[in-house]
Write a protein of this length. Sequence first.
Length: 360
Amino acid sequence: MTLTVLPDQANSADADVAHRPMTVLVVDDQDAARVALAAVLDRAGHRVLEAHNASWAMELFIRHRPDVVLLDVEMPGYNGYWLARQLRAVENGGWTPILFLSVHAGDQDLWQGIEAGGDDYLVKPVRTAVLLAKLRAMQRLMEMRQRLVSMSEELREANAQLMDLSETDALTGLVNRRGFNRRLHQALLQARRDARPLTLFLCDIDHFKAYNDEVGHVEGDACLRQVAQVLQAACQRPLDCAARYGGEEFALILPDTPKSGAMTLARTLAHLLQQRALPHPASSVSPWLTLSGGITTCVPDGTSTAESLVLRADEALYVAKTRGRNRFFSFEMQVDTLESRGAGPRAGVPRPGADAPPQP
Ligand SMILES: Nc1nc2c(ncn2[C@@H]2O[C@H](COP(=O)(O)OP(=O)(O)OP(=O)(O)O)[C@@H](O)[C@H]2O)c(=O)[nH]1
């Protein structure tokens, strides 16, 4: 029988209790050697799991996830190299130090052990001090790795937050222009892949300059926040996106939304705004705040680009403005929300009477 560990003359290693007790899986088919090794580890303050063969070791490893594995090479049936490979396979992104203990001292043996997934290779008999020092070194590596893992996790979270911040408009909390660009591009690619209609709205507050001039910029900012809330409320589906395009212009990206659905949503939007009844003291259109919007809808093909969509929505917005504001104009249908409802040219315009919001 080969003794696995040799006691130290000065016995100093026994006194060097590990900084943090570890759970050590000792795998050795030789009972006496394994028990001796377990006793040394136990004295050093570690918790020991013992396995006399590879399959039992595998079971203990999966069940207890030890901190370190001390692995004999020569075992009947599956040997230590085989076991090391299996342990690495079930680690699933983790890392458990594996130290081989072997009577074979050849370079080739050492090389084979490291290739099989071992982190160190000690030749038996191993002095207690050496073994405990190696365990301490492995523990230090594990702690460093743990720190790296948590640092990269923190970094990942910080990056995600930064990404969110860099795509959020500070005033309204909506997606900003940068986020809009990225989302529109993504939505376009997805709609092209799925051959589904994609709708883009560009909305603009009517006579907002006059609003600012009348009530001041602070109130103007508050008004932008209110409009943002209305737009957000109109976005009912998880992939719908409301963005502040710039200044008093907003955009809605509406995946899987056909022309008819877009017109319905435009009316819903006008209705939601109407319900808020935000007074506009300087509008020639209505006593309340109103929006004009340009709508474009397409099933994108190879020639469709985000720029072409924005151009069409912008052109439609221009038509909505020139037709008298407080309406949404569809580029493809060449009608606005007032015409398409078929309820007369001024239908949908907030005015005193049945359709009008309560006087604030
Ligand atoms: N309070 C406030 N005002 C803003 C902000 N961004 C843009 N504006 C104002 O929005 C106004 C936009 O004016 P215009 O482009 O002339 O448009 P409008 O007065 O709404 O006229 P129409 O669009 O033709 O109805 C300008 O007075 C800008 O100063 C903002 O963040 N806060």
